[in-house]
Design a protein around this ligand. Structure first.
Ligand code: AMP
Ligand code: MG
Length: 355
């Protein structure tokens, strides 16, 4: 299959020029006819197909090489669309949507009959989100209102935060790639299960537990999020797969700064003696202290936004640089730091060294 690249220059997305509108109309038609289109959102690039067409869901799983029990998120552009794909919208779901949509919050509710089981990985529930990106919203409207879209990476690889990474993974596998700016957040949406009395966060993200609790009161966190409990199935099926992973081996090192720096540098020395290439993800304060082949500056610990936005790019760059052994400082675990640590832990296969 030949993949068509639709490039939309910076500044053309917001202004909705006639040319951009025409291109989105075309891409929407590709989706309505059962094709696949990768597009930017404010979190990461999505790989979109018609959410109400079971064949499109099958194609998405095939393009990603993703197990078909791993459900897709349905993206909508209007509040009214939610009523059609879920059985009923509880009052607290309406309040959450009003507070955070369009934005990086995915809600899970009981699905209605028009949503095929192929889209929901066989589940009776459906995950829904309204993305906060002008191109994504327009594409959803042009595609008929419901786009099923997981992240536009090959299964197991880091989610793509730039069009070039989508191309690396998806050229020849899908119909169209919309290449544009976006992905200001860089981590996937927060997923919250609203099928019970109290919301349960299944995947942490930019919208934090505190932010959700401030709108609807008590909010719980799924207990499998930060631990590698192989005997306990996570409620968000995707969380069980090794995910977001670079090709080399990543280890998170926790401790006081001097202990962390000394430990990582002694490991690096051993790797270099064996001719192995090394990388470090460091906070800006300590980045200059490491002797690795490749050092990624993740900004300050107090502002995890920077590290969140860059994490997947760092992991992809390590791959491109053929780095075999990587070490990361740890990034605190409050607010957005929770989402960041959750993805780092998954990328590291939960390998943490305390020094
Ligand atoms: P991705 O779009 O690649 O970020 O993956 C979407 C993730 O959302 C899946 O891997 C699941 O973990 C989660 N998800 C989607 N639908 C459901 C659902 N109905 N119930 C629980 N988790 C879901
Ligand atoms: Mg994904």
């Amino acid at each position: 299959m030949e993949t068509e690249i639709i490039k939309i220059e910076a500044g053309q997305a917001d202004r909705q020029t006639a040319e951009t509108a025409k291109r989105l109309q075309y891409a929407g038609k590709v989706i309505r006819q059962g094709g696949l289109v990768a597009f930017p959102t404010e979190t990461v690039y999505g790989l979109g197909g018609d959410a109400l067409n079971p064949q499109s869901a099958k194609k998405i799983y095939a393009a990603k090489g993703r197990p078909s029990d791993n459900p897709l998120i349905v993206h909508i552009a209007e509040m009214a669309a939610l009523d059609k794909i879920v059985e009923n919208v509880p009052e607290y779901a309406k309040r959450l949507a009003a507070a955070f949509w369009p934005g990086p919050l995915t809600i899970i509710l009981k699905k209605s009959d028009i949503v095929p089981k192929q889209t929901t990985g066989g589940l009776e529930t459906v995950a829904v989100r309204m993305p906060n990106h002008p191109l994504a919203l327009e594409l959803i409207r042009e595609a008929g209102g419901y786009i099923a879209a997981p992240s536009a990476n090959l299964s197991g690889k880091p989610s793509p935060t730039a069009a070039k990474y989508v191309m690396q993974d998806m050229l020849g596998r899908i119909d169209v790639i919309i290449a544009a700016d976006g992905t200001a957040i860089g981590l996937e949406s927060t997923i919250v299960d609203l099928t019970g009395k109290v919301p349960i966060i299944l995947r942490p993200g930019y919208i934090t537990q505190e932010m959700i609790a401030s709108v609807v009161g008590e909010t719980n966190m799924d207990s499998t999020i930060f631990h590698n409990q192989s005997n306990k199935a996570p409620k968000a099926p995707g969380m069980k797969y090794r995910h977001y992973a670079p090709k080399g081996q990543l280890v998170i090192v926790e401790g006081t700064p001097d202990h962390v720096i000394n430990y990582i540098n002694s490991q690096i020395q051993q790797h270099h003696q064996k001719g192995e290439k090394t990388g470090v993800i460091a906070t800006e304060k300590w980045a200059a202290h490491y002797n690795a082949d490749s050092i990624k500056n993740a900004g300050s610990k107090e502002e995890p936004q920077t590290a969140a936005r860059k994490l997947y790019t760092f992991l992809r760059e390590f791959d491109d640089e053929n780095i075999e052994y990587m070490y990361a400082e740890s990034f605190g675990d409050t607010g957005l730091g929770q989402a960041l640590m959750n993805r780092l832990l998954k990328a590291a296969g939960h390998k943490v060294v305390k020094v």
